[in-house]
Design a binder for this molecule. Structure first.
Ligand SMILES: Cc1cc2nc3c(=O)[nH]c(=O)nc-3n(C[C@H](O)[C@H](O)[C@H](O)COP(=O)(O)OP(=O)(O)OC[C@H]3O[C@@H](n4cnc5c(N)ncnc54)[C@H](O)[C@@H]3O)c2cc1C
Ligand code: FES
Ligand code: FES
Length: 1265
């Protein structure tokens, strides 16, 4: 079809996903690519982790085709932000498109699996796609051909490939190893533990890796290319294309855009202009739009115009493309110009992540900075570079400096940003008249340009909004007569610190210009800057942000101040020296800067600061025993490949049953208030509301229970009084999850605080009001000795010192989720991502008022739990069940990240007050602790916290130990078990006290640690009943092995030397012992052998990523393998662990406390023993007849002879093994930076971490390297 010029051509949306063609004539334009893939196709590989572009779980590869140059371009995108309509004529590749269990896995999947780079696996598909995108990109470059089996990717690029992808389980080393295994420059021997080769094997390692075949995946199908080609003429002739029945418009000119905006069609509807739509990751859309206008087709917005004065970049150009363009320009320019563009592009590389930058536009960023106060990096760096912007407002076109643009009132939705102009900077350039005027023609001066950008964020690369960013451009000249460096011109830009927008620090600039940089000038500049950088009220960490601004300016200017350069020791760094620049990043802030102004120009071009190019290197040493083969062998994690390929099914991957509805919580925003009513703001979204489920829907006979533990229950929904902000008040039900989420956000709850006391928000208030949970005596820890007597013996005392510990969010990658399906005869089936299906079953049954056997809870795998999917998962499952039960339709729910964070609770905050007495030699004689634990609104498992904390604290012999622990009930969300609940805090408190004692005595903390380690007698006293045998108490010997080792001392010396030589950067080394008391719980296990010899196993434990299934599988192979002398290796591949089902295997209990793998293994071992006993006589008889009998015929015969091939056991640990102690010691070495250095930007490396056994070997290796 050829359109008439000026016509709006209506089309269907056409695209390909993993080669399959999709053509859609009707689409809700608000649909994201991720939502479409997950709900409208069978592709579940792309996961929803955050929905904000911040985690990478949803990354897919998007490919576009340029028919003119016959070129395909591929890039990673976050499918959670990409609107479906924006991918017209594109091709999408998800991790399923790389390979799968039927057609063969891709080498990426296999290597992720083989390098043990996937635990819960929820992040893995996104990781794979980020890596795949980097491989495709690298392999298309004109770099030299790599050796066979490798890619053109470098190891450093491989690391950066996944910089925006979060993993909460695995740790990045194995993930990076998997990525780096593709790099042409990698030394395979440096890679960590894997299942391809054993450590120390050197030969032909690459041959053992799954082969990487470049170009094996077709990213853009031929049929789509033909369609794109055939459309060229039609597109050239039309003014605008419309998709999705007039909901998505692509104008091809500015006029075309304004024609649309001014037309009647657009007058009474909600319209949004978009480029990449990544803005919706920053400011979540709470409403639906009727129409979208895609700006990418307007040529003015995609210009790239260069001349010798500067470069104009269209507003729709993506950040990734802008980086390339600026880098390309650097190659053609003189060093100083080069430096400014290079620094801008380097800084842009730190904005968001690759997969966001690939679609995020410069214009979108600046508009959000102008309109919505986005803490933009781009606005700040472009401000310092003196940029201007071109904007269109109706018929008016304006050229404004970026500063003018940012200072205007927020622009309306019809204002169009056309392009951004960045001038070329050089001292004599025409680009800046200010600078030109300052040029001194007198030959006594030499002039140079400096440009630097800074950014402080929780993470140096990847997604983290900056605490503060800044960029400085300075014109300096060296006065040969005075020897001073004088600032001729200065542009200081700061942003993201809690200001309306990026600003120029004019006062500071005016003060500094014309002055030589001296210590006193710098001091005054800093004073002025402090007056300027004042974060607005409500901004977190205001003093930190202000001092960062000072640090950055100091960092920028102090090398220019000759009176600040006091060479110290033997470290002399020439800041302007190319060769020294890398060193400078480490040591320049010694005050050892030796200014060499005649090389000032290289200062700008070489870059003073490292670029976060941190290549992570590490060594692993492990010992394996073959005694229980295959138990303990480093085999691939069960299901790792299907996790990588996206085939592993998590709760939200289960296809929605027919008529399925979706729920989202309305939560309270008040800590304590009467609920007067819930209304909904009138909006497009609320038209989608079906109903709201509340406590009134609890059926007759049911109880209002959302969760329970041995200590108490909590309500599912409050009846009339909300008791904490974040409390679920009701469940909104809608046709899709997006609609449900949006409706819930439109809920308008009216509250009243009439006749209510103030809420209790802190432990101090709880103490005042005696608001405590009872701790049953049976779980209250035991005091040791007589505190007063111990204090009387002490030579020194520290009285009433205080520690405060904060909370922590779980951050499992898969948020809380459940699917409830009503079944016949008042039964209900609930798929829940929980660590405690049994408790979920019981709570659901109680709340519905039905027998337990009517509730089947199924949990296959959990996308990360960390304690947060224990009791905190249960209200989600119960609310879904209640809605499904009431509506007689399936109901599912997948919490959005914000709701999850607000409701989840997390780690217990606490306040600790301690008094300790000790001898002059460091031996502690008495310790008293007052501990206030903030448990939130309900008990959950909080009454167990005192015990967990005190047990961990008891790792040292405190002489006498007394304590008063209160579990405070407050009006905040319920705090629950979280990764080592209590143990982390107990250990922290113990170490803080030890360090305090050491600092009072001015001795090394390690000597205090060693002095106060238990002997066996005191161990018995502190850990009564679980101290074990004297020979088992190994802690002192492992501590000595580490702390007295030559390599430890060597490192201590090196660190001392480093610290003496460095003023600003310091290093620390710490050696910490730990005693962990485990508690085994009864656990069931069932092993059944099918007629073909395959084995199915059910266990009480849930696979959370910790590898429980892998260990159980190994144990089954070992235990059944006892039938043969050579063990059970051959049985390993026959074992399948199946999902937990509360009606199939009862008494499943909890998966928590680090012992469920162990007890599940024991349960299946006992079951296998029963089977072995049943099979033994048959095997003996058959062997007598046949000589040898293998597994399959043995099982086949057993079936014929009616041997019961299923056995289940309930493992109940005997008294002696229920509780036992584990001992460990670890050393870590960490650099620390004083608060004037840019490494405060968030780059903290742990240089070495080591446990006892490996310390010597590792140091030996490092030292020999
Ligand atoms: C996870 C994440 C991390 C991020 N981290 C950073 C960071 O560290 N530093 C930083 O600076 N930024 C950061 N950003 C912001 C990011 O740079 C912006 O989201 C992006 O540049 C917006 O571009 P877009 O094309 O996606 O805009 P869109 O989302 O398409 O649009 C954003 C807004 O701008 C309007 N708009 C877009 N283009 C124009 C135009 N030409 N004229 C008029 N209006 C227009 C749209 O109507 C919309 O209101 C981050 C974003 C995400 C999602
Ligand atoms: S980045 Fe898309 S889900 Fe997190
Ligand atoms: S394996 Fe990465 S989040 Fe669990």
């Amino acid at each position: 079809m050829v359109a008439e010029k000026g016509e709006v051509v209506e089309r269907s949306l056409v695209f390909a996903a993993n080669g399959e063609r999709f053509e859609l004539s009707r689409v809700d334009p608000n649909t994201t690519l991720l939502e479409f893939l997950r709900t409208q196709t069978r592709l579940k590989g792309a996961k929803l982790g955050c929905g904000e572009g911040g985690c990478g779980a949803c990354v897919v590869l998007l490919s576009t085709y340029d028919p003119v140059h016959d070129r395909v371009e591929e890039f990673a995108v976050s499918s959670c932000l990409t609107l479906l309509c924006s991918i017209n004529f594109c091709s999408v590749t998800t991790t399923e498109g790389l390979g799968n269990s039927n057609d063969g896995f891709h080498s990426i999947h296999q290597r992720f699996s083989g390098f043990h780079a996937s635990q819960c696996g929820f992040c893995t598909p996104g990781m794979c796609m980020s890596l795949f995108s980097a491989l495709v990109h690298a392999d298309k470059s004109n770099k030299p051909e790599p050796p066979d089996g490798f890619s053109k990717l470098t190891a450093s690029e491989a690391e950066k490939a996944i910089a925006g992808n979060l993993c909460r389980c695995t740790g990045y080393r194995p993930i990076l190893d998997a990525c780096k295994s593709f790099a042409a420059d990698v030394d395979l021997e440096d890679l960590g533990l894997n299942s391809f080769w054993k450590k120390g094997e050197k030969d032909a390692l690459v041959a053992r890796l799954p082969y990487h075949s470049r170009n094996a995946v077709c990213t853009f199908p031929e049929y789509l290319k033909s369609e794109v080609k055939s459309l060229l003429d039609a597109l050239n002739n039309s003014d605008c294309t419309s998709l999705a029945e007039g909901c998505w418009y692509c104008p091809y000119s500015v006029d075309g855009l304004y024609k649309l905006l001014n037309s009647d069609m657009f007058s009474a509807c909600r319209v949004k202009m978009v480029v990449g739509n990544t803005g919706s990751g920053v400011y979540k859309e709470l409403e639906l739009y009727d129409k979208y206008i895609d700006l990418r087709g307007i040529p003015e917005l995609s210009v790239i115009r260069r001349n010798n004065k500067g470069i104009e970049i269209g507003a729709a150009i993506t950040i990734s493309r802008a980086i390339e363009v600026l880098k390309e320009d650097c190659e053609h320019m003189f060093s100083s110009q080069n430096s400014v563009f290079a620094k801008i592009s380097d800084h842009m590389n730190k904005v968001a992540s690759q997969f966001v930058r690939n679609t995020a536009s410069l214009g979108g960023n600046l508009i959000m900075a102008q309109r919505s106060q986005l803490p933009s990096d781009i606005a700040t760096i472009l401000l310092a570079a003196g940029s201007t912007v071109y904007i269109q407002m109706a018929s008016e076109r304006l050229v404004l400096t970026l500063e003018e643009f940012l200072e205007r009132p927020p622009c309306d939705y019809k204002t169009l940003l056309l392009s951004i102009y960045i001038p070329c900077w050089s001292y004599t350039s025409n680009a800046s008249s200010e600078i030109k005027e300052s040029v001194d023609s007198n030959a006594t001066k030499e002039s140079h340009l400096l440009f630097e950008t800074f950014r402080a964020a929780p993470r140096p690369l990847g997604n983290a909004v900056a605490y503060l960013n800044s960029a400085f451009l300075a014109q300096i000249s060296f006065d040969k007569i005075s020897g001073d460096l004088v600032i001729d011109n200065l542009q200081l830009a700061f942003g993201a610190y809690g200001s309306q927008h990026a600003i120029r620090a004019r006062k500071v600039e005016n003060f500094l210009v014309g002055k030589p940089v001296t210590a006193s000038v710098l001091l005054e500049a800093i004073r002025l800057l402090r007056e300027t950088i004042i974060p607005k009220e409500g901004t977190p960490h205001p003093p930190y942000r202000s001092s960062l601004a000072v640090s950055f300016l100091f960092d920028f200017l102090h090398p220019l101040a000759k009176d600040l350069a006091e060479p110290k020791k033997n470290i002399h760094v020439d800041v302007f020296n190319t060769a020294a620049s890398a060193e400078y990043a480490t040591d320049s802030l010694n005050g050892a800067v030796h200014v060499s102004p005649d090389k000032a120009s290289t200062y700008a071009s070489n870059g003073q600061f490292d670029n976060c190019d941190t290549l992570l290197l590490s060594k692993q040493m492990m010992k394996f025993s073959k005694d229980y083969n295959p138990v303990g062998e480093p085999t691939k994690k069960v299901g790792a490949e299907i996790q990588a390929s996206g085939e592993a099914v998590y709760v939200d991957d289960i296809p929605s049953p027919k008529d399925c509805l979706y729920g989202a919580f309305i939560y309270s925003t008040r800590p304590l208030a009467h609920i007067k009513g819930i209304n909904f703001k009138s909006s497009l979204a609320t038209k989608k509301l079906i109903t709201v489920i509340s406590f009134q829907d609890i059926p007759k006979g049911g109880q209002n229970i959302g969760s329970m533990s041995m200590f108490g229950t909590e309500p599912l929904f409050p009846s009339s009084l909300t008791e904490y902000a974040g409390q679920p008040l009701g469940l909104v039900i809608a046709e899709t999850q997006r609609f449900a989420n949006m409706c819930a956000k439109q809920a308008d709850v009216s509250y009243s605080t009439e006749n209510l006391e103030a809420p209790i928000l802190s432990v101090e208030e709880a103490v005042k009001k005696s608001s405590f949970f009872e701790v049953p005596p049976v779980v209250y820890p035991k005091q040791v000795g007589d505190f007063s007597q111990g204090m009387a013996e002490a030579d020194h005392k520290i009285l009433s010192a205080e520690i405060k510990l904060g909370s922590q969010y779980y951050f499992y990658m898969e948020t809380q989720t459940a699917l409830a399906v009503p079944d016949e005869d008042n039964c209900i089936m609930v798929y829940s991502s929980t660590q405690c299906p049994q408790t979920a079953q019981e709570v659901i049954a109680k709340s519905l008022g039905i027998p337990f056997h009517n509730v089947r809870v199924i949990t296959r795998r959990v996308g990360g739990g960390f304690g947060g999917k224990a009791l905190r998962a249960i209200p989600v499952a119960t609310a879904c069940a209640l809605a499904a039960y009431k509506l007689r339709r399936p109901v599912r729910m997948y919490l959005d990240r914000k709701t999850d964070i607000i409701m989840a609770g997390g780690r217990h905050p606490m306040k600790i007050n301690y008094s300790v007495g000790f001898k002059s030699d460091g031996r502690v004689t008495a310790l008293h602790i007052d501990l206030l634990i903030n448990a939130g609104i309900s008990e959950d498992v909080s009454p167990i916290m005192p015990q967990n904390i005190i047990e961990a604290l008891k790792k040292y012999n405190w002489g006498a130990l007394s304590f008063d622990v209160k579990v405070c009930k407050t009006n905040i969300s319920t705090k629950s078990a979280m990764r080592s609940p209590g143990e982390v805090q107990g250990s922290f408190i113990a170490e803080a006290i030890i360090e305090h004692v050491a600092s009072v005595l001015s001795v090394d903390a390690n000597s205090i640690r060693r002095k106060n380690l238990h002997n066996f007698e005191s161990l018995k006293l502190f850990y009564e009943g679980c101290e074990g045998e004297i020979s088992e108490y190994t802690l002192p010997s492992i501590f000595d092995k580490l702390a007295l080792s030559a390599s430890y001392h060597h490192h201590v010396e090196m660190i001392q030397e480093f610290n003496n030589c460095n003023k600003w950067r310091k290093r620390g080394i710490s050696c910490v012992p730990i005693i962990y008391k485990v508690m085994l719980r009864p656990t069931p296990g069932k092993v059944s052998v099918l007629n073909d010899g395959s084995i199915i196993v059910e266990v009480g434990g849930i696979e959370l990523g910790q590898g429980l299934w892998t260990k159980v599988k190994q144990m089954v192979a070992f235990a059944l393998g006892q039938l043969w002398d050579d063990g059970g290796r051959c049985l390993l591949e026959r074992v399948r662990i199946i999902q937990a089902d509360t009606l199939s295997l009862i008494q499943g209990g909890w998966t928590a406390g680090s012992t469920t793998s162990e007890s599940s293994c024991e349960a299946v071992r006992l079951s296998c023993n029963v089977l072995v006993e049943r099979l033994k006589p048959l095997k003996k008889r058959l062997e007598e007849q046949m000589g040898f009998i293998s597994w399959e015929p043995l099982i086949s015969q057993a079936n014929l002879e009616a041997v019961n091939l299923s056995a289940s056991t309930y493992f109940v640990p005997d008294y002696a093994s229920t509780n036992y102690l584990n001992f460990g010691v670890a050393v870590s070495e960490v650099p620390a930076t004083m608060p004037v250095v840019k490494e405060l930007c968030g780059l903290h490396n742990v240089d070495r971490v080591c446990d006892a056994d490996k310390f010597d070997q590792i140091y030996a290796m490092q030292n020999s390297m």
